[in-house]
Design a protein around this ligand. Structure first.
Ligand SMILES: [Zn+2]
Length: 402
């Protein structure tokens, strides 16, 4: 950890209390927010974040709030220290994926196998950033939340979240409000039960780039169109085509080009109204844009640096135990991260919450499962782990590395 945790509330202490009204307008192109079946507004992360700011008395459109620095990872030189190389060790992040079903357990939105496939897809998107996700599957049997309204979001989260200091919680359900959303690491709820991600079931598809997009927000990424559509037009945070220091504007990454939100798998057409210059290459493949789901597959090096920096800075509790082994990085192979997840699934989520800081040889109950204590992992658990990793996985027969 490179600094103490700092919440938005603390951050705001350092801002001018009297906000200056903004000149110009923000277009919010593509963020009508809340429109059911409105594909343009499918991600509600930004506007919910701004609602939170307003709720604590701050106007995010005030010029004093242009390009605020929420932490050291917003400094490009600090970020650059975290830009990964192909040889950078992977960091494993724990997810708890809560799938809503009816109260009698019927009609869960998806299965453990399909959740594993989704995580595998997302891991392909995050591999170049040297970040991987491991997950625990949790079916929540609650008919009342299987079709979710906005007023039910926090009650559902509070009732069902796994320890938010150790897991990035993700809920998959049908959303009446029409959008999915995540929680920035600099938001006050980032490591609270009310943080995490709500994925609308209609956004859970294809190459799961929408899921990767929301996880990117949790790791500190803005939309790549942030500097054009989500800040004051031509204002102090506006990321013009010919801006000289785009590391300090918009999404704070100079390797993501400025452009408005764009919905085709092609470069944005048109010109920057502040400069009259054409948008040019607008990087339609970037995962933090709004292009079609199967168009998006890229995080840039600087985005990778921001994510790794924010993880180390405030999200280190989410990092799963991982050590190098002969099997590291081989999909379907058991490694220490897998075992950690297994232990979490068996013990942290059950009646023995919080009893296991880490796995050691002494935790293994050699009696074969007879009357194990809460903090014993039994031979039956090991057997289940092997079954899960090798019999049900895509890489049957790689068990020689176990
Ligand atoms: Zn988004």
């Amino acid at each position: 950890m490179i600094r103490a945790v700092r919440s938005i509330a603390l951050f705001l202490v350092f801002l001018p209390i009297a906000a200056v009204s903004a000149d110009g307008e923000r277009s919010y192109n593509g963020l009508p927010y809340g429109g059911v079946n409105d594909t343009a507004g499918w991600c509600g992360t930004q506007i919910r974040f701004e609602q939170e700011l307003r709720a604590i008395g701050y106007d995010p459109e005030a010029s004093a709030f242009a390009c605020p620095e929420y932490g050291p990872c917003d400094n490009p030189s600090t970020r650059d220290d975290w830009v990964p190389e192909p040889s950078t060790p992977l960091v494993y992040i724990r997810l708890a994926i809560h799938v809503l079903a009816h109260s009698d357990g019927s009609y869960p939105f998806t299965t453990p196998e399909l959740v594993q496939a989704a995580v595998d897809s997302v891991n392909q998107h995050f591999l170049s950033s040297r970040i991987q996700l491991v997950h625990v599957f949790d079916q929540v049997n609650a008919t009342e939340w299987r079709v979710l309204s906005e007023s039910e979001i926090d009650p559902m989260k509070i009732a069902t979240a796994f320890d938010p200091t150790r897991y990035l919680n993700v809920w998959l359900t049908n959303v009446l409000f029409g959008y999915s959303f995540a929680t920035f690491p600099f938001a006050s709820g980032a490591r609270e039960p009310t943080g995490g991600i709500v994925m609308g079931q209609n956004h859970w598809s294809g190459n799961h780039s929408a899921f990767a997009h929301e996880i990117g927000h949790c790791f500190g990424l803005w939309h790549i169109f942030h500097g054009v559509d989500e800040v004051t037009r031509c204002g102090p945070c506006y990321e013009a085509v010919n801006a000289s220091d785009r590391d300090l504007l918009g999404d704070l990454c100079s390797d993501t080009p400025p452009a408005p939100a764009w919905y085709e798998c092609s470069n944005a057409i048109g010109v920057d109204s502040c400069t009259g210059l054409p948008w040019g290459d607008s990087q339609p493949e970037n995962l933090m844009g709004y292009t079609p789901i199967d168009c998006r597959n890229l995080f840039t090096p600087q985005q990778g640096g921001r994510m790794r920096c924010w993880i180390a800075d405030v999200l280190s509790g989410w990092i799963a135990v991982s050590q190098e082994s002969c099997c590291q990085d081989r999909v379907g192979d058991a490694n220490y991260a897998d075992i950690s997840v297994m232990v979490d699934a068996k013990f942290i989520t059950g009646s023995c919450f919080g009893r296991i800081p880490c796995l050691s040889e002494a935790d293994v109950n050699q009696s074969g499962g007879l009357d194990p204590d809460c903090d014993d992992i039994t031979m039956g658990d090991i057997s289940q782990l092997i079954d899960y990793l090798f019999i049900t996985g895509p890489t049957l027969g790689l068990a020689e590395c176990l």
